[in-house]
Design a protein around this ligand. Structure first.
Ligand SMILES: [Fe+2]
Length: 363
């Protein structure tokens, strides 16, 4: 038995004003955006719209609290969030805090009070082709001091609308473009080798992998607009896949790599994909064969190696490049078991297996 449902309506358009304006309800609104959002694109919103641009990458609870504090007195009827995963995840928590009249992020992270529905309409417009945060009901918050990754998951935390506008991604620098695309690749593959996979998530995931396999190596300066659009579409398919399944071992192993070594999220997730493919593929032989067909006959393992080589030639792609030493492997492996992620993996991994995977990418 299985079910597939997404609470998020998808709107796609190449013209930002035409895409956004019909979606906005009347009343006061709030724009939460990344700092580089062009003024001309912000001007598409009604005059007098409040704006908040102080979200940092991998936001801490304190940073999310500042955004909530800024939004509370505005009583917005709608929120437009424009940015990468950190901006979108923060905006989701701001909307949730308003919807359930719970202004404390600490309290929200402990438990979401009921009723948690309603609140301002949330429109999420991604400017990266990777995180899928515009489609998921969870937000990630990073307790850097406590070396913990916190996650809040609640149906009322999902955006109402995902607004995809490929030109919003055109300004994304190449290293961030690469990391975002690799994050989407991890979302798709982790949806495939997931205990919660179903026929819908499988199809979405394969479409995403095929799109990324065809497009990632075209991330060069300048990136042709059709490549951006193709990668954004792939990221959307990956989002629809892992919104249903959640992620698995690659993400679970990535969290300490990001928290302790500062490895960008997408890179940290992608480093282990070739090893995790070897572990998981034998347990899903039929799916692996279907994926090979979607890749026009290319062996998925060969595809992953091809993409790994491309990425490694452009961004640091080994643990040692980020300062890890052989004696750190044990502690990193120990910290890699996140409940609700590692246990989604099709094949059970123990600490020794994770140590072997980390040793392989130590470099
Ligand atoms: Fe991710």
């Amino acid at each position: 038995m299985w079910r597939y449902a997404s609470p998020v309506a998808i709107h796609w358009g190449d013209e930002w004003p035409e895409l956004l304006r019909p979606l906005l309800p009347p009343g006061p609104g709030l724009l939460i955006h990344y700092p580089g959002f062009p003024a001309a694109d912000a001007a598409v919103l009604p005059a007098g719209t409040a704006a908040y641009d102080r979200v940092e990458a991998n936001p801490t609870p304190e940073q999310v609290q500042r955004a909530i504090d800024a939004a509370l007195p505005l009583r917005p009827r709608w929120i437009v969030a424009v940015g990468g995963g950190s901006v979108l995840d923060t905006a989701k928590l701001v909307r949730l805090a308003l919807a359930c009249r719970c202004p404390s992020v600490e309290a929200l992270l402990r438990a979401v009070p009921e009723p948690a529905g309603g609140g301002p309409l949330l429109i999420a417009a991604p400017t990266t082709h990777g995180t899928g945060a515009e489609l998921t009901m969870w937000s990630t918050v990073w307790d850097v001091g406590g070396r913990r990754k916190l996650s809040l998951a609640h149906p009322a935390n999902a955006p109402d609308i995902a607004a995809y506008c490929p030109p919003l991604t055109y300004g994304l620098p190449l290293p961030a473009s690469l990391a975002a695309t690799l994050d989407a690749l991890a979302h798709a593959l982790e949806a495939l080798w997931n205990r919660g996979a179903n026929p819908v998530s499988d199809e979405m995931a394969m479409a995403a992998v095929a799109g990324i396999a065809a497009g990632l190596e075209r991330l060069d300066d300048p990136v042709p607009p059709p490549v951006r659009a193709g990668l954004l579409r792939a990221s959307m398919f990956a989002g629809l896949a892992f919104a249903a399944t959640r992620t698995a071992a690659a993400h679970s192993i990535s969290y300490p790599l990001t928290l302790r070594l500062g490895i960008p999220h997408g890179i940290a997730c992608a480093m282990t994909l070739p090893a995790l493919w070897r572990v998981n593929a034998p347990r899903m032989a039929a799916k692996a064969e279907r994926l090979r067909q979607r890749l026009d006959g290319e062996d998925p393992a060969a595809m992953l190696e091809r993409l790994r080589r491309f990425a490694a030639a452009r961004v640091p792609f080994t643990l040692s490049a980020y300062g890890a030493r052989p004696q750190d492997i044990g502690e990193l492996a120990q910290a890699s078991f996140t409940k609700g992620r590692m246990d989604n993996n099709l094949v059970d991994l123990d600490e020794a297996a994770v140590r072997a995977i980390l040793a392989e990418i130590l470099g």
